[in-house]
Design a binder for this molecule. Structure first.
Ligand code: OOG
Ligand code: NI
Length: 457
């Protein structure tokens, strides 16, 4: 089979994202409600803001919007993580970024599998936040060993999915028929199983070590625990959730509302309490498990290291004032006050090097390449020859992720793990290095700048 008969990884990713969305809507009907609500908010926002519509169109974000979402899973062993890496590669998704959640009391570290180049992102930016349990953080040695034994004995991939992943690696692609089978088989790994694989007593013991440990260890697979659509106005979406009586998280994670959205703002609805069965013969053969939830997000400008440092500083200021983290009735006001020090117009953000921008010729610029060549980018923008639109942030935020984890584990426990970030250990488990998100954004900006002076096609 030659390369021309291979389906592109972008196509496989789109098929997979659609199949996952259908499956999750069947599993968690409230997710279907979220999607409707987000579609309504987005339509209303675009209708009321033609400039936004134009900007999204120029940065390829408009067409992908309805299909855009991220999911999250949690796995238990290096082999599971490394195999997922190979499966995601079939769909053009690579590990980007390292997130240490142990500092926030969640015993995992994580990466995001996602496409990286501009064309692939424009086609479908589907991402999966993937966490690896850090068993070494379970203090009780007997419990730790039991968890390791249970995890080592399970197989979360179907034989066919493994076989097709190998075929992809050897042949450099999959035929349309194999791609279809791959999507169906890969989906099995992410399905919810309402039967626990361990006794009720073992479940309880793992649950009291940490609720997340029970979630990872006690089931046949790493069920997808949420799928998040992208809204253009998260405050409107949050109100719409509340208006429909959905049990939304109290605060929106991330930066405050601004004229120029930066990074990522997220909110979620509380996880469902779902019935689970324990193996027959158990003294208690039914119970409930809390893991799956719904989330909505708004994405804004990708920040440079300088912008990100400022973001981290201001967020810490807002959280530390009052010493209450992101709780308390005045958190919104503290956040707004702290972020008054973050410039809120695109021109300043761009000129001060706080965010990444994507440059493009206007019609006037295309008509007059000599004028573009003779001016600096700033002059060309002022003269209406060039536009600079925000590069969308495609990644996650560790403080927000910790807040999402905590609000959805169904308990109010707070645990502190003294562990150091362990990127090297994570990469060993993954079997690869994670990509640096800043490099990816910088390349998108640089390529767009170079293209301004490319000969007209
Ligand atoms: C992942 C939580 C992180 C986000 O959007 O920050 C996340 C999880 O709960 O497994 O999805
Ligand atoms: Ni999420």
């Amino acid at each position: 089979m030659n390369a021309s008969t291979h389906v592109s990884p972008d196509e496989i990713r789109s098929l997979f994202a659609q199949a996952m969305s259908r499956m999750y809507r069947d599993e968690v009907p409230l997710y279907g409600t979220l999607m409707e609500l987000v579609a309504e908010v987005n339509a209303a926002t675009l209708a009321g803001d033609p400039a936004l519509a134009g900007r999204l169109q120029r940065s390829d974000a408009l067409d992908r919007l309805d299909e855009e979402r991220h999911g999250a899973i949690r796995v238990g062993t290096p082999r599971e993580l490394a195999t997922l890496r190979r499966m995601f590669a079939v769909m053009g998704m690579v590990p980007v970024g390292y997130y240490d959640l142990a500092v926030a009391g969640v015993p995992v570290h994580a990466t995001a599998f996602r496409p990286v180049d501009a064309a692939a992102l424009a086609r479908n930016p589907f991402r999966v936040f993937t966490s690896l349990l850090r068993l070494e953080l379970i203090e009780d040695a007997a419990l730790r060993e039991e968890a390791a034994r249970i995890l080592d004995a399970r197989e979360i991939f179907t034989p066919r999915a493994l076989e097709l992943t190998e075929r992809f690696e050897q042949a450099g692609g999959l035929s349309a028929e194999d791609a279809g089978t791959f999507v169906t088989e890969a989906l099995e790994t992410f399905r919810w199983h309402s039967e626990a694989t361990v006794s009720h007593a073992a479940y309880q013991a793992l649950l009291s070590a940490h609720r997340l440990i029970a979630d990872v260890v006690c089931f046949r697979g790493p069920h997808i625990n949420h799928l998040t659509p992208r809204t253009l106005d998260i405050d409107a979406a949050q109100h719409a959730m509340q208006a429909r009586g959905i049990d939304a998280k109290a605060v929106i994670e991330g930066p405050p509302r601004r004229r120029c959205p930066i990074l990522l703002r997220q909110t979620s609805f509380k996880a469902l309490q779902e019935p689970v069965r324990f193996p027959a013969g158990d003294s208690r053969d039914t119970g409930t498990h809390t893991a799956r939830f719904g989330e909505i997000e708004q994405r804004g400008l990708a920040l440079t290291p300088k912008g990100r440092a400022l973001y981290d500083e201001l967020l810490a200021r807002a959280r530390d004032a009052g010493g209450a983290g992101s709780t308390g009735d005045d958190y919104g006001a503290r956040l707004t006050a702290a972020f008054a020090d973050f410039p809120d117009d695109d021109d300043t953000l761009r000129r001060e090097g706080l965010g990444y921008y994507r440059y493009a010729l206007t019609e006037a610029g295309r008509a007059d390449p000599a004028a573009v060549a003779a001016t600096t980018v700033d002059e060309a923008i002022a003269a209406g020859l060039v536009t600079a639109d925000p590069v969308v942030y495609e990644d996650f935020l560790p403080v927000s992720a910790a807040g999402i984890f905590q609000s959805n584990l169904g308990g109010d426990e707070q645990r502190a793990y003294a562990a150091q970030a362990h990127q090297a250990a994570f990469e060993d488990a993954l079997g690869a290095r994670v990509h640096d998100p800043f490099e990816i954004y910088a390349a998108i900006e640089r390529d767009s700048r170079l293209a301004l002076h490319a000969p007209a096609r």
